[in-house]
Design a protein around this ligand. Structure first.
Ligand code: C2E
Ligand code: CA
Ligand code: CA
Ligand code: CA
Length: 278
């Protein structure tokens, strides 16, 4: 493809240069966004499948970009992770989620816990225990009202250091769950070593439930695995009531998805609670 003289290479260089400059622009944008407070958190209900009762909310970050409007996390978290900016951004997310959860409690709104996503990079390059301690003490939120969602990749990198950190977090009294369970590595050995409370069944498995026996087998195997280890299960991406019933029938206790509520700003959640009495 390079026979056409220098043109092939020049084209390649131009494409590479564009990628590099887009990433640099993203990185600068993220740095400024932190200073200018352009990030915000939306909250999605997590419910008991049997009766729809609210058990907690998951905090999901958004970037309110001055020109581009609301930017979804999948468009900026990867660059935030690669640049290390996820460390200060993640610290802000923890503080803000705890502040909001404490404010709901103070206002008498019953939101039992707020779940916060932690990136593997926060474990590698940050001090997660210190960040959690600071967020809890600044907000006055009790540790049981904070849940941390870890991915399988967190638990496999640098296993010893991470194990010590996860144990420290557990000693603080916060809840721990494994996000996107089943999509990462196939080793299940870590489940016995890490003191987690709950597995979040990834939405790719949940959406395949309607497609017959194979879909059912995976979900019910995860539920039984969790049960035999004394862990809870929460299904992600529950989009309709038929799925919710099916999941409950398979022994999954909790659910989250558009069927119950989309991620929404904090004031929207207060309205959701009013419209969905326990
Ligand atoms: P996740 O942690 O698996 O979050 C669930 C994603 O599924 C969210 O997308 C949510 O809006 C979406 N979702 C919820 N219910 C349904 C449903 O019924 N159907 C469908 N199709 N989708 C549903 P979102 O908010 O765009 O977040 C995407 C990912 O970005 C998250 O996946 C998580 O990996 C990452 N992320 C979001 N917020 C944070 C954060 O504060 N920190 C870090 N490190 N990562 C975050
Ligand atoms: Ca999550
Ligand atoms: Ca997830
Ligand atoms: Ca996911």
């Amino acid at each position: 493809a390079r026979e056409a003289g220098g043109n092939g290479w020049r084209f390649y260089d131009a494409a590479m240069n564009r990628e590099v400059s887009e990433r640099l622009a993203m990185r600068n944008g993220l740095r400024k966004a932190l200073e200018r407070r352009e990030f915000e958190l939306h909250y999605q209900p997590q419910v008991e499948l049997a009766d729809g009762r609210l058990v907690g909310v998951e905090a999901l970050v958004r970037w309110r970009h001055p020109e581009q409007g609301m930017v979804a996390p999948l468009r900026f978290i990867p660059e935030a992770e690669e640049s290390g900016l996820i460390v200060p951004i993640g610290k802000w997310i923890l503080r803000e989620a705890c502040r909001q959860a404490a404010a709901w409690r103070a206002a008498g709104l019953d939101v039992p816990y707020v779940a916060v996503n932690l990136s593997a990079v926060q474990f590698q390059r940050g001090d997660v225990v210190l960040d959690v301690l600071e967020a809890l003490s600044a907000s006055g939120l009790p540790p049981q009202a904070l849940e941390l969602e870890l991915t399988e990749s967190v638990l496999l990198h640098d296993a010893e250091g991470v194990l010590a950190t996860v144990r420290r977090l557990r000693e603080l009294g916060v809840r721990l769950s494994i996000d996107d369970f089943g999509t990462g590595y196939s080793s299940l050995a870590y489940l016995q070593r890490f003191p987690v409370d709950k597995l979040k069944i990834d939405q790719s498995f949940v959406s395949r439930l309607g497609e017959g026996e194979d879909g059912r087998v995976i979900v019910s195997t995860i539920v039984q695995l969790a049960r035999s280890l004394g862990l809870g299960t929460l299904a992600e991406g529950v989009e309709d009531e038929a799925l919710a019933r099916q999941l409950a029938g398979l022994g999954c206790r909790f659910g989250q998805g558009y069927c119950f509520g989309r991620p929404m700003p904090a004031d929207g959640l207060a309205e959701w609670v009013a419209a969905n009495p326990a």
